[in-house]
Structure formats: C-alpha cells, structure tokens
Design a protein around this ligand. Sequence first.
Ligand SMILES: [Ca+2]
Ligand SMILES: [Ca+2]
Ligand SMILES: [Ca+2]
Ligand SMILES: [Ca+2]
Length: 122
Amino acid sequence: MDTNNDDKIDVDEASKDQRGEISQDFDLIDTNDDKYIDLSELEASLNGKGPKGESAEKIMKEVDDNADGKLNAIEIAAKEKLLLTNNFEEIDTNDDNEIDLEELKYFLSKSDKKKSKKRKKQ
Ligand SMILES: [Ca+2]
Ligand SMILES: [Ca+2]
Ligand SMILES: [Ca+2]
Ligand SMILES: [Ca+2]
C-alpha cells in the first residue's frame, strides 16, 4: 500500500487500498492529524486499540440533547442511534431507563471484545 516507501500512508495511497477501509477511516486512524498514517497509527487501528469506532464520550456528547450526562429513550430515538435503540435494555444495567456514561462504556467494551473475536476467525 505504501507505494512511495516513505513508511507513511497518505490520502492517495489510502485511496488505492482495495478494501477501502483505510480511506474510509482515514481521519480516525490518523490520530495526530498530520494527514499521514504512519506505522504506529496503522497498528493501533488494526489492533482495535486506536480510535476506530465510536467512543462512549463521543456518543454521549452527540446524543445527550439536554446535557444531563444521561441518555433517555427520547434522545436516542431522536438521533436514530440503532446501536443504542437495539440494545437499550442491555446497556441500561441499573434499569433506570437512562443510559449513563459508565453503562455506555461498559457496553462498548463488551461489544469491542465480541468484534475482535470475530475478526480473528476470518
Ligand atoms: Ca507513502
Ligand atoms: Ca498521522
Ligand atoms: Ca440527556
Ligand atoms: Ca441506567
């Protein structure tokens, strides 16, 4: 993929990646925003330790309309977050019908593990 052998992947090189995954996630993988993906950034993303995917904090900020630090069913429905809608009861471990940051983090860490198991099998 690194066609000019500078140990970095730039936007052009990423766009030639046939799977298109790097191009699609370029900004996420490029954690220091220098518009190049270097080896450590790439490894971090492949290991699933990088910022790939959504963090609990990001989801919370995006969906928490009234900024009380919790997500209720109305806020989730308004943002059409299928991940949250479909798993609401599972995420809401204390059954107060709201999702707080801790619950969200716990859920995401669980689902991350599921995902990486799947990836290894392929
Ligand atoms: Ca390069
Ligand atoms: Ca970079
Ligand atoms: Ca809220
Ligand atoms: Ca809760």
